[in-house]
Write a protein that binds this ligand. Structure first.
Ligand SMILES: [Zn+2]
Length: 126
């Protein structure tokens, strides 16, 4: 699957984000090795620390459906600049595939791509 296709799915998913506090809507699209795509959005809460990022929602969706082999994740938001996964999401994604392609997009679909292990060097491991 082309990166731009995954970016477009992340942008479309973003429309469902629940972000009444920050106003930052984020969508993620996670590609499995089998070619399935699971999406996620950020879900905020009045108790801010309970907010869940779009990337982790996508992982939870995929794992709940029995998928654990991931090749790529696209993440996009409603702002300028490339949307980058936070440290917590990088660690959660790393659990499944350090070689994963991470495609980081802006509101208009421009993007850059890096490998997860580059974004999270010297990660925590068992
Ligand atoms: Zn995050």
């Amino acid at each position: 699957m082309q990166a731009i296709e995954l970016v477009n799915m992340a942008l479309a998913a973003r429309e469902n984000a629940y972000a009444p506090y920050s106003g930052i809507s984020v969508g993620a699209a996670l590609l499995t090795r089998e070619g399935r795509v699971f999406t996620g959005v950020n879900v905020e809460n009045v108790s801010y620390a309970l907010t869940v990022c779009a990337e982790r929602v996508a992982v939870v969706n995929a794992v709940s459906a029995g998928c654990r082999r991931f090749d790529a994740l696209a993440v996009a938001w409603n702002k300028q600049g490339f949307c980058r996964p936070c440290g917590a999401c990088r660690q959660v994604l790393y659990e499944f595939n350090p070689e994963m392609r991470i495609i980081m997009a802006d509101y208009g679909g421009e993007y850059e791509e890096q490998q997860l292990k580059t974004l999270l060097p010297n990660s925590f491991e068992k």
